[in-house]
Design a protein around this ligand. Sequence first.
Ligand code: ADP
Ligand code: MG
Length: 344
Amino acid sequence: MPVPEPRTASATPVLEARAVTKRFPLHGPGQHGKEVHALEETSLALHEGRITALVGESGSGKSTLARLLALAHPPTDGEIRLDGAAVQQARTARGRRAYHRQVQMVFQDPFSSLSPVHRVRYILGRPLQLHGHASGRAQLDAQIAQLLERVNLTPADQYIDKFPHELSGGQRQRVAIARALAARPKVLLGDEPVSMLDVSIRLDILNLLNRLRDDEGLAILYITHDIASARYFADEIKVLYAGQLVESGPGDAVVERPLHPYTRLLLESAPDPDRGGLLDEPDVVDDAETLGEPPSLVDPPTGCRFHPRCPLARPVCATAFPARTHVEGGQWVHCWSYDEEHYA
Ligand code: ADP
Ligand code: MG
């Protein structure tokens, strides 16, 4: 019997951002010529059967990266690659649809992401038809039922004729995930998919994503401001600060041996799962108090953007962004202090 290909990080990524930079020009009064420097030369690769977590506080550029990967914005520089080939910005509805047959998004707010005037049957049936996966009432109903079962909304006939307002937040998010799955994508981009849900049901949704990775081999981007939820199931964690990736590595390594002072601060301010705090309200800890304020990205700090808040900052930090230092096990960090400690 042939041995299946191992799902290793060395295989061609399903979806990849290569050195993408994003600037948003501002248009308001007195803002002429100014730009938001939202993302700097950021690279990220998503692989079949793996969950990559992108972690950072609000305003760090997480959603911007997700939108670039979803072709909602063109990058200012760099490229998006699907199955190893550079993606052209799809200009036609047909081109976009072909892309979104492979790459789907799940958003933070299950209340606004589902149309309130349609029943679940339509919400799931429409993408099935649009992507040519089903036609005819009987086939459509069978596939809708299958989708509902895949997201644990069973028995399906209890949900198929419901309107979103008749469902709980967690059930709506399951419908939103089912709608994404209707396209039969290879990639799910989850932009804070549990942040607005009750603490008690976050784990259920994360378990569902876990299963989609394990059983269906989906490549998943899990975006969160809550590193405690990423440590729970991510194969890889990438830490973004003010548009700069500062650290990356296998989930366990980043959590157990964080190399960047920002990652350490994030972990210190996150609820501790060993004390029963898994997926607690992250807002219990006041980020601003623990970490200080995130910087303006219109006029971002020079060098390493974390330096104004960094307990280890030294003069060089304000003048240049540090090179990447690799450590064993696939972890890396951008930090002048790390270099000095280890290579001085
Ligand atoms: P996050 O998802 O990590 O909270 P975002 O990617 O939403 O961060 O935002 C990163 C920065 O880019 C913020 O300063 C935000 O105000 C800015 N930004 C995002 N989208 C736009 C846009 N369309 N126009 C101008 N600025 C934007
Ligand atoms: Mg966001």
